[in-house]
Design a protein around this ligand. Sequence first.
Ligand SMILES: Cc1ncc(COP(=O)(O)O)c(C=O)c1O
Length: 396
Amino acid sequence: MVSERVNRIEVSPTMKVAAEAKKMKSEGINVIDLSVGEPDFPTPENISIAAIKAIHDNQTKYTVNAGTVELRKAISKKLKDDNDLDYGIGEIIVSSGAKQSLFNAIHTIVYNDDEVIIPAPYWVSYPEMVKLAHGTSVVVQTEEKNGFRLTPKQLEDAITPKTRVLIICNPSNPTGSAYTEKDLRAIAEVVENKDIWILSDEIYEKLIYDDFKFVSFASLSEKIKQKTIIVNGVSKSYSMTGWRIGYTAGPDAIIKGIDKIQSHSTSNASSISQFATLEALTGPQDTVEMMRVEFEKRRNYLFYELTSIGGITCYKPEGAFYLFPNVSHFFGKQTETLKISNSFDFAMYLLYEAKIAAVPGSAFGSEGFIRFSYATSMANLEDAAGRLKEALAKLR
Ligand SMILES: Cc1ncc(COP(=O)(O)O)c(C=O)c1O
């Protein structure tokens, strides 16, 4: 019925828990959803106003495939101001969400069994996108004790003559861990003289805590910049997930390739959303900081609560809005009705017993862990922490 290509990919494994949580909610059960991947804040008012103005101004027609010149200029300025990077507007393309940016970039560089190195835990869509491009994912398990960062040695060991790309998610979904400049330089040393692209997913760039300094991979050197494709967007930092705007910056030939693919699929991203994004990037940035500060408070709270539970260890993440605790201590434990053997069972137990929705680590290629999103109110987090402790205390 459907093509072999479609048969090869899988529906997101996060869906099973999400579908069950949704069903329970529709039955009136008070489920606290810690499985979400989007900020709970409204889109800042100035951005919405700019979009409404764009509609009234009849900015409702096709734009240039790669995005309006004004928006690409604003992205170019953002890359200069925030990351000290020089990209001309011909080296930037706007797409319908960072997801499409990644999809197009992977299709531009990967084909026919090309290998793509993906550090695990990974964002769920990377391996499926690679499959759709007929590539082969080479998954490398990172370790909790290394802050879930790929080490230069692991990278060296994973490289073969077929390696085409290394995907780096910095800061990471699902772990929240981020690479320091030193970490990135050590990775860069391994790839510098090899014919390998670095696809750097920087969508959580602005959600960084304590005094951590975010460094874009492309900014390490001119040589590295020529090998790097940056993907970023406004979904997470400006709370604009539904507006669907992401962008890619990279060498001219890559952007031209992406432009071709996009011209035969979606064409330009929504004109209204492009105007909204222009305001997001060029308007006041205080709401970004307000959200970041709030996320940091929540991270601190949930991290403290989780690590006060016996048996749970958790890496304290530098960014994003997730915690990725190790819950393998509970595997083999049970109640009268259920035995927990893996992270999926653990997630289902939390859902049924504590009425908390979370995503099992197996969905991200790392068994033994669970992902909690703290993109929800402090009141919900406080409630969740209490429920979690109660439910885990029941396991024998
Ligand atoms: C690591 C990562 N990259 C990309 C995306 C896609 O972002 P967008 O909503 O802009 O498509 C997400 C969204 O969940 C993400 O977590």
